[in-house]
Design a protein around this ligand. Structure first.
Ligand code: DGY
Length: 316
């Protein structure tokens, strides 16, 4: 009997064609949303491999319901949606998709930083709505990026790729990380110092118990009033209420957010009412080439698990 692979969202044919030859591939037939919880719990009863997406919460209940499960492969570099302790307890491998998304996510980070600094989305809206009356001396003025100080919180592979882009813009780059790195042209700073000195603060750290809510009212109050906060990591790292208050009171100049505590962010969320917030629907790694490369890694993880090869990119 072929091992059963369950995929929680519809993926492109080319991403699953290879697996279909040797495995029984079952897939939720919607490319926009994941299988509902009930369906997931039903499907994992038979599955030996589970291919998951960021919205799927893979917790003790799922592992309990999946007696034959050998591997969970997550279509993301982040894996805060998977309970690794439970995976370990149930002797299930967990893999992610690092490296292939590094440059793409760094591009998006920089695009969001530039869009926030230069009010690109707001300016577009002004043109379309007919509010553009005339060229004006201080109309749509933003913040300088070239020569500014960038503070990166979480200096992993994506952080380094963002720093390389920043250097092309003549930026001075600071970073804060759990462990100091020996890196050229970027300077380590304590978190408070980074927040005080940076014109742009970019969050790239994973969401863990340690980083949950790490940017709250106190941290935001340390930032310059002319500064922008860019979050492309996970929503839970920033206290969204404190961020809203800081932006509304002009204690912070702008924010660029690709991630939210609740995704999709409700359209009546207070942050969405502010003109100085640029929002995106969690698209850090969303290019055709990168998403297909990530899927190829997931498929390879499943194949290597069942074909007795060493499983790469294991996080558990
Ligand atoms: C990841 O891979 O963790 C990203 O957040 C997806 O864009």
């Amino acid at each position: 009997m072929k091992p059963i692979v369950y995929i929680t969202q519809k993926l492109p044919d080319e991403a699953v064609a290879g697996l279909q030859q040797s495995y029984e591939v079952r897939m939720w037939e919607d490319a926009e949303t994941s299988a509902p919880r009930e369906e997931l719990l039903k499907q994992v009863k038979d599955a030996q491999a589970l291919w998951t997406m960021l919205p799927d919460q893979i917790d003790e209940e799922v592992f309990e319901a999946a007696p034959n499960l050998k591997i969970v492969t997550n279509l993301a570099v982040g894996y805060n949606n998977i309970d690794l302790e439970a995976a370990h307890k149930h002797k299930v491998f967990v893999t992610n998709t690092p490296d292939v998304l590094t440059e793409t996510t760094a591009d998006l980070t920089f695009a969001l930083l530039l869009a926030t600094a230069r009010r690109i989305v707001e300016a577009d809206r002004t043109v379309r709505s007919g509010e553009w009356k005339s060229w004006s001396p201080m109309g749509m003025t933003g913040q300088n990026v070239g020569g500014a100080t960038l503070g990166i919180i979480g200096m992993g592979r994506i952080g380094e790729a963002v720093a390389r882009r920043a250097q092309g813009f003549g930026m001075n780059v600071l970073y804060h990380n759990r462990t100091r790195r020996s890196l050229e042209d970027v300077k380590y700073a304590a978190l408070d110092d980074l927040l005080k000195e940076s014109d742009f603060v970019v969050i790239l750290t994973p969401l863990t118990e340690e980083t949950k809510g790490m940017i709250g009212e106190r941290e935001l109050s340390l930032m310059k009033e002319s500064a922008c906060l860019i979050n492309v990591a996970r929503g839970g790292i920033v206290d969204e209420t404190a961020l809203y208050e800081a932006l509304k009171a002009n204690k912070l100049w702008g924010a660029g957010l690709d991630v939210f505590e609740q995704e999709p962010v409700p359209t009546d969320h207070p942050l969405l009412s502010l003109p100085n917030v640029t929002v995106l629907p969690h698209i850090g790694s969303a290019t055709v080439q990168t998403r297909l490369a990530m899927m190829a890694m997931n498929a390879e993880a499943i194949a290597s698990c069942f074909e007795g090869r060493s499983v790469k990119n294991r996080v558990c």
